[in-house]
Design a protein around this ligand. Structure first.
Ligand code: FES
Ligand code: FE2
Length: 375
C-alpha cells in the first residue's frame, strides 16, 4: 500500500487509500500497528466505579477485564483464566467474592492474584507442587485513566500516557478534576456502518457544520470555530458556547477553578486513535470508538459533570435534555460517516483531496495513521 502520498504536506497530500477502510486484512494490520502499540480507549471509569465491580470488554478480539480493586484502583487484566484459558467474566457485574472461573473454579482476587485452585491436587486437595500460584496470576494490561476514560496499551511498550500525550494533557490541565457520570440518562451507544476512522475524521472538522448541523450552526456558527491541529490529536474549538439553562434559570454547576476563557469557549478533540472528547465549563463528554470490523463501529458515549450528586432526582430533566441535544447532533453525523464508507467502495476514489484551509485537522489524522502504519 502506497502511503507516501498521505505523508505529503496538505497541499499535495491524498487521503488514506480505500483499503484502509474496507479490507479485513488491513483491519488486522491496524490492530497491531495502530491500536495495540498506542494508548487506546476501551471503557469508562464509571464502568467499574465500586470495589468489586468488573467489566469485560472485547477490544479488537482481545478479551479484557476492567476491575475496581479493594483500594478503589482500576486494574485491567486479560479476561482469561490461567488454567485452560476460559473467559472469566462474560458480563459487567458487582462481585462480593473473588473472580471465579466458571469452568473449574480457579479464583483470583481483584489484583489478579490466583487465590484458590480447588481439587487441583485431586479431589479435596487444593494444591499441588507443580501449581505455583505466584506464577499464575492474571496477565495484567497497562492502563491509565484520563478524562473519565480507561486507556490501555496492549503491547506494553508505549511511553507512559502522560509522556505520550503530554501536549494534550497540558492543554486540558484545567479539566483534570473529578468527573461524575450523569447516571443512566448520560450514556448511550450507537452502532454505525462505517470504519472507525471516518468517525474520527468527521469529528475533527467544522467544515460540515452549515450543511449537516444547521441548527447547531445557528447557535455556534462555523466562523466562531477554530481548528486544533497537533501531531497526536486534532479537532476544533468554539468561541460561542452557551450553557443549557432550564425554564427556571437552572444550569449545571461549573467545573472548579476554570479560567475565564472557558466562559464562552468549548473544545472538541479527536484523540488518536479512538476517543472523541468534548469539554465545556459545565460538562464534558467522551465517545469511545470500538471497531467491530472494517465497516462497523460501536460508539459508546458518556457525559460527565462536576458534582458528585449530579445523578439525583432533581437533575434528571436537565441531564436527559443535555443527552438528548448531544445525541441529536451525533445522529446528524451518521448519514455522512456511513455515506463516506459506501463511497470508499468506488474503485476510482483515490483518498480524496483536502482543502488546505478547511481540512487541516483531518489531514493531521491521516498523517498520524500513515506514520503508525509505516513505522
Ligand atoms: S479454565 Fe479456569 S479453572 Fe479451568
Ligand atoms: Fe458533525
Amino acid at each position: 500500500m502506497d502511503l507516501q502520498s498521505v505523508l505529503k504536506p496538505i497541499e499535495d497530500a491524498r487521503g488514506l487509500p480505500n483499503d484502509c477502510y474496507i479490507s479485513q486484512d488491513h483491519f488486522k494490520i491496524e490492530r497491531d500497528k495502530v491500536f495495540f502499540p498506542n494508548w487506546a480507549g476501551v471503557g469508562f471509569i464509571s464502568d467499574v466505579a465500586e470495589p468489586g465491580d468488573v467489566c469485560p470488554v472485547e477490544f479488537l478480539g482481545m478479551p479484557l477485564l476492567l476491575v475496581c480493586n479493594k483500594a478503589s484502583e482500576l486494574r485491567v487484566f486479560q479476561n482469561t483464566c490461567r488454567h485452560r484459558g476460559m473467559i472469566l467474566v462474560d458480563e459487567p457485574c458487582h462481585l462480593r467474592g473473588p473472580i471465579r472461573c466458571p469452568y473449574h473454579s480457579w479464583s483470583y482476587d481483584y489484583d489478579g492474584n490466583l487465590v484458590r485452585t480447588p481439587s487441583v491436587g485431586g479431589i479435596g486437595v487444593d494444591d499441588h507442587k507443580n501449581i505455583c500460584p505466584d506464577e499464575l496470576g492474571l496477565f495484567e494490561v497497562r492502563a491509565h485513566v484520563w478524562q473519565g476514560v480507561v486507556f490501555v496499551n496492549i503491547s506494553g511498550d508505549a511511553p507512559a500516557f502522560e509522556i505520550a500525550h503530554e501536549h494534550l494533557v497540558k492543554r486540558w490541565a484545567e479539566f483534570d478534576q473529578p468527573y461524575h457520570l450523569g447516571g443512566e440518562a448520560s450514556q448511550f451507544d450507537m452502532l454505525l456502518k462505517t470504519n472507525w476512522k471516518l468517525a474520527v475524521e468527521n469529528y475533527c472538522e467544522s467544515y460540515h457544520l452549515p450543511w449537516i448541523h444547521p441548527e447547531l450552526n445557528e447557535i455556534s456558527p462555523i466562523d466562531a470555530h477554530y481548528p486544533i491541529e497537533h501531531a497526536s490529536y486534532a479537532g476544533q474549538g468554539s468561541e460561542n458556547y452557551r450553557q443549557l439553562t432550564n425554564e427556571k434559570g437552572k444550569q449545571f454547576k461549573d467545573f472548579e477553578n476554570l479560567s475565564d476563557i472557558w466562559n464562552s469557549q468549548s473544545e472538541y478533540i479527536s484523540y488518536f486513535p479512538n476517543v472523541l472528547f468534548g469539554v465545556h465549563r459545565d460538562h464534558a463528554f467522551a465517545m469511545l470508538l470500538m471497531p467491530q470490523g472494517p465497516e462497523k463501529t460501536l460508539e459508546r458515549v458518556a457525559l460527565f459533570y462536576a458534582t458528585e450528586d449530579i445523578d439525583s432526582p432533581q437533575n434528571q430533566d436537565m441531564l436527559k435534555e443535555n443527552a438528548r441535544i448531544w445525541q441529536g447532533v451525533f445522529a446528524e453525523d451518521i448519514g455522512v460517516v456511513e455515506g463516506m464508507q459506501k463511497g470508499r467502495h468506488g474503485i476510482q476514489f483515490d483518498g480524496g483531496k483536502f482543502s488546505p484551509v478547511m481540512d487541516g485537522p483531518t489531514h493531521k489524522f491521516h498523517h498520524w495513521v500513515a506514520r503508525q502504519l509505516t513505522a
